[in-house]
Design a protein around this ligand. Structure first.
Ligand SMILES: Cc1cc2nc3c(=O)[nH]c(=O)nc-3n(C[C@H](O)[C@H](O)[C@H](O)COP(=O)(O)O)c2cc1C
Length: 202
């Protein structure tokens, strides 16, 4: 069975520079055997997550986003760097999720206005890790000078993006299989972090 990868685009801009990175990552992931689905938070926005509004969880867009994340074995998550962080739209996506990301694997890509991207990439990895997901110890970020218009042309950055796309397909099924097997073994400490999810369903 092929590895299901969800590409999540966290930009709030039309014609985002992220699109070019997403397309390159998608091509690499497909060539490595991935079954790819794209989720664009600009085209499919979510309401701001509110714990005091239980109706939110039954909204079609919220249910769809959770189902798409639950189905995926791995994720390629892209963010623009906003104020040294991931975009608010992407953080809001995380706030609707937890179990859907546990025991999954993610690679992270960023575009910046000149910064190195470390802060937004670290922010995304932190959120994924705090949902008990595992992240690739490698990433890619692109600055404005790496583009011709909105097309990424810097070959070094393109290669990094391809490596991330390929690695997500390669590692995601191993991580998920290992986590699910440990989870099925029960809640004992020997099952590690997966055991903490043994009885959780929602
Ligand atoms: C609200 C806001 C905050 C930003 N903060 C940063 C920042 O902290 N560091 C940086 O390098 N670029 C920053 N930028 C520039 C964006 O990262 C850059 O324009 C990026 O290409 C935006 O992605 P997009 O192509 O999807 O619009 C910021 C842009 C906006 C709109």
């Amino acid at each position: 069975m092929s590895t299901k990868v969800l590409i999540v685009k966290g930009s709030t801009a039309h014609k985002s520079r992220l699109d070019s990175l997403a397309d390159i990552a998608r091509e690499a992931a497909e060539q490595t055997g991935g079954d790819i689905r794209m989720w664009d938070l600009q085209d499919s926005p979510l309401p701001v997550m509110s714990l005091t509004d239980p109706r939110q969880r039954r909204l079609p867009e919220v249910m769809q986003v959770r189902e798409a994340a639950a189905e995926a074995d791995g994720f390629i998550i892209l963010t623009p760097e906003y104020h040294g962080n991931m975009s608010g739209a992407l953080k809001n996506w995380f706030d609707f999720l937890y179990l859907e990301l546990a025991g999954k694997f993610a690679g992270v890509l960023a575009v910046t206005g000149g910064g190195g991207g470390d802060m937004s990439i670290t922010a995304v990895k932190n959120s994924f890790n705090w949902c008990h997901g595992f992240t690739l110890p490698f990433h890619a970020a692109a600055r404005p000078e790496d583009f011709d218009g909105t097309v990424l042309v810097n070959e070094k950055v393109i290669e990094r993006v391809r490596r991330v796309g390929s690695d997500v397909v390669r590692y995601a099924p191993l991580i998920r299989r290992t986590f699910e097997a440990a989870r099925a073994d029960g809640a004992d400490w020997r099952t590690g972090v997966a055991g903490m999810h043994a009885t959780k369903t929602d």
